[in-house]
Ligand binder design. Structure first.
Ligand SMILES: C[S@@+](CC[C@H](N)C(=O)[O-])C[C@H]1O[C@@H](n2cnc3c(N)ncnc32)[C@H](O)[C@@H]1O
Length: 235
């Protein structure tokens, strides 16, 4: 396995059991629903993963585009949501070819750590072009260089305790430690950003940016940002 997309395309042990899988995506869907600007919103979930509860989001907006780079994950998304009229499963290339100003909200949750810095810079340009004036980009679950892996584990354990999958999480953590995730993390690393640097990158890419609290999902040691395209701009 040579890259993160191949990892996410594989049969990985990140979700420790069906309950974890379900509550993780239920949580993310609820958090995205809270961010929707209205029923008419055209929304893109970029690097959406399995997006198990995307239909909940789609019920509250006009169109939901699910963009995922891993082909096997995309196939499952199509199987899961093929019958939901306002959900479209897309590739990153299809998103890059979308018409300018065709989206009101873009969410990228738990994605940036798997992108090289230059890949993020290129995506910030694509997203800027796609946002309608006044639209928002939410980048969330961003890891700062000071966030420890132990803090991530403690947050997961707390989430697991509250949601009844604590034992499975202990087993899952051992499996992850022994899995390709750890090897790949040692080989490729995760991209991290201090808060000030993320705000600078967003501002330099043309957005009005601010820290957004709370973060999406359970890990409040990680950061979320809202980056808006000024209502006056349309390019
Ligand atoms: C940690 S998962 C996050 C999934 C989901 N957003 C969530 O919050 O649970 C990261 C996802 O991003 C996808 N991904 C990684 N690089 C990508 C890229 N360049 N374009 C689109 N998706 C990408 C991976 O395949 C994986 O499904």
């Amino acid at each position: 396995m040579r890259d993160w997309i191949s990892y996410w395309d594989s049969d990985h042990p990140i979700y420790v059991n069906a309950r974890h899988f379900d509550v993780h995506y239920a949580n993310i869907a609820d958090d995205i629903v809270r961010l929707l600007p209205g029923k008419q919103a055209r929304v893109l979930d970029y690097g959406c993963g399995e997006a198990l509860h995307a239909d909940k989001i789609a019920a509250h907006c006009a169109t939901l585009y699910l963009c995922e780079a891993a082909p096997t994950v995309r196939t499952r998304l199509k199987e899961r949501f093929g019958k939901v009229a306002n959900i479209a499963v897309t590739t990153p290339e299809e998103v890059a070819a979308m018409a300018p100003a065709s989206l009101d909200l873009i969410v990228a949750n738990s994605l940036l750590q798997y992108l090289k810095r230059e890949e993020l810079l290129a995506l910030l340009k694509v997203w800027y072009r796609l946002l309608a004036p006044g639209g928002s980009l939410i980048v969330a679950d961003v890891i700062s260089p000071t966030q420890s892996a132990i803090a991530d584990v403690l947050s997961l354990l707390n989430f697991a305790r509250k949601n009844g999958f604590l034992t499975a999480t202990f087993i899952g953590l051992v499996k992850t430690t022994l899995s390709d995730y750890r090897k790949l993390r040692a080989e490729l690393g995760l991209t991290t950003y201090p808060e000030a640097e993320m705000l600078k990158l967003l501002t330099e890419s043309g957005y009005d940016a601010a820290r957004l609290r709370p973060n999406l999902g359970h890990n409040q040691g990680r950061m979320a940002f809202r980056a808006q395209k000024s209502p006056a701009l349309s390019g």
